[in-house]
Write a protein that binds this ligand. Sequence first.
Ligand SMILES: [Zn+2]
Length: 120
Amino acid sequence: MFYTVCPGQTGQPLVEQTTFKVKGSAAEPYELTFIKDGSSLTALCTCPAGEFGNVCKHRTSILDGVTAAITSRNEDEVTKVVGWLKDSDVEAALHELRAAEEAGEDLVAARRKLARAMNS
Ligand SMILES: [Zn+2]
């Protein structure tokens, strides 16, 4: 965890970051990094999908508040990350994907948009 504090401000962290280790299909847990910078939320994952720049369920699960797969013993940080989601670029893209899922629409465009929001 590190903070970048903007000089001249009152010590309010400008950029916040947290990392989880999550049990996936590989022997080694995947590492998920969430970075909050204003209204931009960046979510990265070291799983194959994540490395390819695609959306993965590891990150969407955390954003849904699911802590079951976390092995890094910082499950309490999930609440904070779910808070970061609010009013972020990722929240808007995630809503679009959920709406497309419910409507039974083609998910390719929505998944690509969400991936773009998570990777920036
Ligand atoms: Zn992943």
